[in-house]
Design a protein around this ligand. Structure first.
Ligand SMILES: C[S@@+](CC[C@H](N)C(=O)[O-])C[C@H]1O[C@@H](n2cnc3c(N)ncnc32)[C@H](O)[C@@H]1O
Length: 222
């Protein structure tokens, strides 16, 4: 008989209460899952970031920054003329990202804020690059949220998303439990392309790592 405290994530059998925190980390389990995601998403993130270039003076926004490992990665690449901002609607994620990036925050090149992708406290055309690692599944209104991403990007600015749950026709049953538990959406490459094209982006590109089941996409603001 299936254990009702467990969930099949499509890759492993895990504790439901812990995995629920992937959507919005809270409390002790939130801290625990963020520590884990900083490690478990590392190979995918390293692969993902090979698909675009970060310059010394890049202004980068990481949405759904979680435990802050990607903020740290970008902070290590930029000069004192660049900036990395992380935003996340979870208080615990903001706390963790701040803790991990304290050195760069004190140096004045990193900032971490609490807020939702749907309504971000940034001026129009602020960033050269906007990234989202393992987060778009949870965005409440994808089209409007992409318009918000578009608004804060500079012209020709790059949007980048990276996910380890890949939509494949006829193979989605394995994610059924996880999708129900987290109320998440796994977008197909076609939906990602169409959504970006109708919200002011061009040059859509998708990259798949079939061995590891990773997808990342890039596009540019028109
Ligand atoms: C699965 S975690 C990924 C964290 C990190 N990017 C990583 O790759 O390890 C998803 C993160 O997205 C955040 N998130 C989900 N929906 C959000 C929203 N609407 N606005 C801002 N952050 C959101 C969650 O709080 C969580 O920290």
């Amino acid at each position: 008989m299936a254990d009702e405290n467990k969930v099949n994530t499509g890759h492993h059998i895990e504790d439901k209460e812990l995995i629920k925190n992937a959507r919005k980390p809270v409390g002790k389990l939130g801290h625990q899952i963020l520590d884990r995601m900083n490690r478990s998403h590392e190979s995918m993130a390293q692969w993902g970031v090979t698909h675009f270039e970060v310059m010394g003076d890049s202004k980068i926004l990481d949405i759904g920054c979680g435990g802050g490992r990607n903020i740290q990665r970008f902070a290590e690449l930029i000069s004192e003329n660049g900036r990395v901002v992380g935003i996340d609607y979870s208080e615990v994620s903001v706390e963790k990202s701040t803790e991990l990036n304290r050195k760069y925050i004190d140096k004045g090149i990193v900032n971490v804020l609490q807020g939702s992708v749907s309504d971000m406290p940034f001026y129009d055309e602020t960033f050269d690059i906007v990234t989202g690692f393992e987060t778009i599944y949870f965005w409440p209104d994808f089209i409007n949220d992409l318009k918000e991403v578009n608004r804060v990007l500079k012209k020709d600015g790059l949007v980048f998303f990276c996910n380890e749950a890949v939509y494949r026709e006829g193979e989605m049953d394995k994610y059924a439990d996880l999708v129900e538990l987290l109320d998440m959406k796994i977008y197909s490459e076609d939906v990602l392309r169409e959504s970006l094209e109708k919200t002011g982006f061009k040059d859509f590109k998708a990259y798949l790592d079939d061995e590891n089941d990773w997808i990342c996409i890039t596009a540019r603001k028109i």
